[in-house]
Design a protein around this ligand. Sequence first.
Ligand SMILES: NC(=O)c1ccc[n+]([C@@H]2O[C@H](COP(=O)([O-])OP(=O)(O)OC[C@H]3O[C@@H](n4cnc5c(N)ncnc54)[C@H](OP(=O)(O)O)[C@@H]3O)[C@@H](O)[C@H]2O)c1
Length: 247
Amino acid sequence: MSGLSSFGQPLRAAVIGASGGIGGALAARLAANPAVEAVFALSRSPVPADGKLIPGHLDTDDEASIAAAAEGLAAGGPLGLVIVASGLLHDGGALQPEKSFRHLEAAALTRSFQVNSIGPALVAKHFLPLLERERKAVFAALSARVGSIGDNRLGGWYGYRAAKAALNMTIRCLAIETARNRKQTVCVGLHPGTVDSRLSQPFQRGVAPEKLFSPATATGHLLTVVDGLTPEDSGKVFAWDGREIPA
Ligand SMILES: NC(=O)c1ccc[n+]([C@@H]2O[C@H](COP(=O)([O-])OP(=O)(O)OC[C@H]3O[C@@H](n4cnc5c(N)ncnc54)[C@H](OP(=O)(O)O)[C@@H]3O)[C@@H](O)[C@H]2O)c1
């Protein structure tokens, strides 16, 4: 069980994209933690209620649904942790990561940016005001190592890489702005490693078994990183092992 001892308790947390492999495991792991009072498991596809896990609707394509979800939580008290675990690499059909510039298509690029960068930015717009002011609070979005410009040696996956790089820039801006009047708020991107989920399924060939994490293992890593975050970390992107990923 990952500790969350650096947060004020009882902790109220929200996971956006709770119907996904990682988002679902995060919500379940948080709900199982005695330090956590409630986990708001927000998703486009419904998830079942389970003890402290309270489901709700949120489609990141639809700002009104983001605003409504945030408004629904506002009266219950501040949140200590918001994790955006929604994202898109492929849709199992026409939308696939591009291997070459010849494959670039406006519709696929637009979709990737919509889900991977615009959606999380709008979640920040409506959920940052709900965060604790007087105690540590974390706004984390699942990014990806491939969104690092400095780390890009392989190329390809244009839309996904560029959209995650844009997400990382949004996180940096959020960190600068929140540092002015929310001194205990930390905004970060997180790379979960390669995790066995719908998103990674077509790309798992060639991944060594010990490098393919189950969602449960990945969320243990991620919550350990989140627990160790301090305001000095705000604006950065961290991998599952706690190491910073270059911009
Ligand atoms: N798996 C990996 O190896 C890996 C590696 C690096 C980074 N990541 C990142 O980790 C995050 C989670 O990925 P995952 O592996 O858990 O993938 P996943 O199982 O495919 O889950 C993706 C989640 O995103 C949600 N989503 C997509 N579009 C949405 C929208 N418009 N509104 C609300 N939710 C939406 C999906 O909702 P529906 O269920 O409704 O479709 C689902 O809950 C993503 O940001 C991904 O880029 C994953």
